[in-house]
Ligand binder design. Structure first.
Ligand code: PEP
Ligand code: MN
Length: 321
């Protein structure tokens, strides 16, 4: 699809080019202009907001129009539901081509797949790196789907940006400031996952690093947070999604795969995310989840994904009625 997404057209949101960013370098705390002792009083601020939030550039208070982020040919935040789907990890050329073909046939808008994997244990599969990136890009071209993949370190940003349309910052790296600073100057949009223990304010301040560093193309992704509950892999904070949509003009998507950790919960969580107003979904789909090298237990097979896609369209429409 080009700019098609599940759901009706919304009132056209404002474009990034039309927005005049504040100048964080010269502003003091609480958004007031910085002033050295003895210096002439600074010019009055253009936008006067009482108690501005610390995430100034991400804040909807200062930028009321919703931002649309374009990744390849897909527009995120335009009013519908953008579905990104594919395996947790790129495991072989054949696996990612098959995954791309099946998710495309089911109506996905973008292809996901990890080449560099942030694993809790150093003994687990770490991803196939450059080779996987090349297979992913090829599968994306073949299927006509823009691709999203994770970048783990600042040194890999150029390489990953050469192969992907959307650069994912994984949950474990949300506060990796060296990576965020590097991505702020990258030529591609960034998908910023919420850290497993990050507050909403910390998440939006991480986005602020990208925005204030020069990259206005930021999409947020809720993927579950760590709580006392262990019955699900993480606790998917959907109320947080609704709140973040009010606090920021940036698009917000939901990852129901990592958010629940259980295949049987992915479909209901996806529908709930659509109903609460998420701009998109990031869903793990593997041609054969039983044989997946990572996250098989939370991956849908292609038939389950196709079935889910059938049920999503009416929800996305209802949420915006
Ligand atoms: C992933 O998307 O495969 C991933 C590792 O996600 P997260 O950073 O949310 O754990
Ligand atoms: Mn995964």
């Amino acid at each position: 699809m080009s700019s098609r997404a599940l759901g009706p057209e919304a009132t056209p949101p404002s474009r990034l080019a039309e927005r005049r960013p504040p100048r964080p370098a010269t502003a003091g705390r609480h958004g007031r202009p910085a002033r050295r002792a003895g210096a002439a009083p600074a010019a009055p601020a253009v936008v006067l907001v009482k108690n501005p939030p610390p995430f100034r550039m991400a804040s909807r208070e200062l930028h009321p129009g919703s931002t649309v982020v374009t990744a390849g040919t897909v527009e995120i935040g335009v009013g519908g539901l953008v579905v990104m789907a594919g395996p947790c990890s790129v495991e072989s050329r054949q696996q990612i081509r098959e995954a791309a073909r099946r998710v495309k046939a089911a109506g996905a808008d973008m292809l996901r797949g990890g080449a560099y994997k942030p694993r809790t244990s150093p003994y687990d599969f770490q991803g196939l790196g450059r080779k996987a990136l090349e297979w992913l890009a090829e599968a994306g071209r073949e299927s006509g789907l823009p691709v999203v993949t994770e970048v783990l370190s600042p040194e890999d940003v150029d390489l990953v940006a050469d192969h992907a349309d959307l650069l994912q910052v994984g949950a474990r790296n949300m506060q990796n400031y060296a990576l965020l600073r590097r991505l702020a100057t990258a030529p591609k949009p960034v998908l910023l996952k919420r850290g497993p223990s990050a507050t909403i304010q910390e998440w939006l301040l991480a986005a602020e690093y990208l925005l204030s560093g020069g990259n206005p193309r930021v999409v947020l992704c809720e993927r579950g947070i760590r709580t006392f509950e262990t019955a699900t892999r993480n606790t998917l904070d959907l109320a947080g999604v609704a709140l973040v949509k009010q606090l920021t003009h940036l698009p917000v998507i939901v990852d129901p795969s990592h958010g629940t950790g259980k295949r049987a919960l992915v479909a209901p969580a996806s529908r709930a995310a659509a109903a609460i107003g998420a701009d998109g979904l990031l869903i793990e789909v593997h041609p054969c989840p039983e044989r997946a090298l990572s996250d098989g237990e939370q991956s849908l097979d292609p038939e389950e994904f196709a079935e889910l896609m059938h049920t999503l369209r009416p929800r996305a429409l209802a949420a915006r009625a």
